[in-house]
Design a protein around this ligand. Sequence first.
Ligand SMILES: *Cc1c(COP(=O)(O)O)cnc(C)c1O
Length: 807
Amino acid sequence: MFRNKQTIKTRFIHKAHAMWGKPVEELTKNEVYQTFAGVVREVISENWIKTNKAYLDRQEKQVYYFSIEFLLGKLLDCNLINADIKKVCAEAMQELGLDLEGILHEEPDAGLGNGGLGRLAACFIDSIASLGLPGHGCGIRYKNGLFTQKIVENNQVELPDGWLQNGFVWEFRKADKAVEVRFKGNAYMKDVDGKLECVHENYYKVSAVPYDVPIVGYKNNTVNTLRLWNAEVVLNSDFEEISYDAYKEKLRYKHMVQRITKILYPDDSSYEGKELRLVQEYFFVSAGIQSIVRHYKRSGADLNDFHKKIVIHINDTHPALAIPELMRILMDEEGMTWEKAWYITRRTVAYTNHTILPEALEKWSIDMFKSLLPRIYMIVEEINRRFTKEAWERYHSDDKMRELSILWDAQVHMARLAVVGSFSVNGVAQIHSDILKSHTMRDFHDYYPGKFNNKTNGITHRRWLIKANPKLAELINQSIGPEWEKDPGRLINLLRFKDDKGFKAEIDKIKRGRKEVLAKYIKNRYKVAVDTSSIFDVQIKRIHSYKRQIMNILNVMAVYNRMLEDPNTLTIPRTVIFAGKAAPSYHIAKLTIKLISKLSDMINNDKRVNDKLKVLFLENYSVSLGELLFPATDISEQISTASKEASGTGNMKFMMNGAITLGTLDGANVEIRNAVGDDHCIIFGLKAEEVLAYYENGQYSAWDIYNSNIQVKTVLEQLINGFFPNSGESFRALYDFLLYNNDEFFVLKDFDAYSKARRYSGEKYRDREAWLTSSIVNIAHSGIFSSDRTIKEYAEEIWDIKPVKIK
Ligand SMILES: *Cc1c(COP(=O)(O)O)cnc(C)c1O
């Protein structure tokens, strides 16, 4: 009913009056944004109410996706696209003298995540809603999202991300749905009339208040919910006394509570055993499960059937406390026996593993865990007692116990808890799932054959193609019709055009257009002119040793060295672009940024080479910056040490926008290669088995390569010999990391193969016709990397849930 132009205009004007007491002409840019988004929010709410009612009436099984991160980015444009009101809104705004594109730009990114894991959760809830599946997200409402990155004098500086400063238009505070979460205190069992009951006393209480965000499905009337929890003080009459001590105590308590949801931990793929992080994990898991159980009981359903109606999916181990928390609620609050509660719990929870990096596996010191969560610890101990008893009876082996026991070495091993307490464990790309079974979790795979499976990651083509690259989406519609939007597998029909001259020219034009948009952004912000006919060679992702940005930049140094000797070294100009944040405490990653930034200053200002080579480090990689970069890229750098990148999803976004992958056989690169074939991607370097064999047998020496490859030796020496003016000993640690740490990630071992692959990519690019064919082949095969495909597999093979039609 709101979906016509006149109504939208009228509502906009009324809302402007109601919200700001001003006529439209006097609104600031941000007020225009908030007013317009407010109107859209009303349109969406109608279907939200309908969807919730349908779920209650139909009583179908539902999934809850628990994730400590949801990296949403901006929501307005996607909401307009999914609700199918973008065109009518653009017209309505235009008639009011307002420009929709400008309005969209005003929205801050919701950056409640570090990188791939959080962005995956965001793509998944978009796909769940778009497939009409009953499913919801559960996470934390961080007051500050991932830090804003600035480069100041070549160094990363972290600024707080105050994304909530003007409010978050899409959230609905539900104070009446608040629950209480308990920490610390003493827990013990007590005999009450011959029955053991748990007593938990002297705990402190935190109020968890949900903020619900509507998740709009694509043209299907479904609106699901992302529930983000905020920590708030419990108003307690005890504090009403006005004694100084009581006042101090009250303030202390208040600060402690406000800290819980204040910041997102900025570590990606690494783990720190900080108590506040464990508090965050239990806080949102306890709140989420309490609210699910409460809602379930209100619907009148039988708790004994809980696992038939509810699936709780945990995104990595951060929400693994869902297992003991569900046990606690079923036993302590609902009076179930251990056996019954365990039967239900391990049929309710499913777990996704995201990494095999040992430094990323969560382990909590038992002392800290026990003092913070005494009742939960008792339950974990009992889960482990029963599990290890069974395992001991099977193996009688201490070696096995060391690999299997949830409690070991005075630590709680969260991945083991997640495997034991769930009915499904999946990896996120075929090669990753295989390594989990054959290496990382081999003993668990032996113990629970059949529990392990693969679900290759995906990305939502609505954000990463329809929103990010509307001209490409339109060209696809004109060529193969619009059915691919609801069934992205149909992109394969584009293969018909892979040798079509006219179509190739259109693809070329769209890519060129997006390179120009990016060039303009770079010119405005960094005062560097880049040549849009150069190859845009892009590596954007978190900065991490295993992702090997260092290999990329060392190769640029080698190319620079060669160009100074022979100006014709580069047959085709290249613009090498980096972006990505480093965890604030990750020294090597920060040095990598510094090296890129220093080299960038040097090369971009060197007249001998800068008409052919440019290097840029773009600040503050985020979803929105990604939307600018993926469509403008020719070469997608996916060069992690084989076996280390579980899947990667950036690789899929590039491919979908017609970039060619230059990468190792790691993560989903393997599946991209299998889909497009060796002619349409560039693969190099060690294979996963070779890397794993080196780790097992040793037999690799970084010094051998240093001594035998003069280019490698030269660039490494340049890190420490004054080549970078005023850098002193800055880069000594990188040099040492590669040589004295024996190059843990095989940067030097793969260097030569990588250099050759880069050179080959230039030759390939020069054959325009062949390049454009490759570009089209990549787009055509990208449908299998839509998260709609991934979520269908989760729904059918793990969750057993079906779509619910909303009229
Ligand atoms: C997709 C995405 C990532 C993940 O990139 P990878 O290359 O898979 O590591 C990280 N951050 C943002 C903002 C993204 O959009």
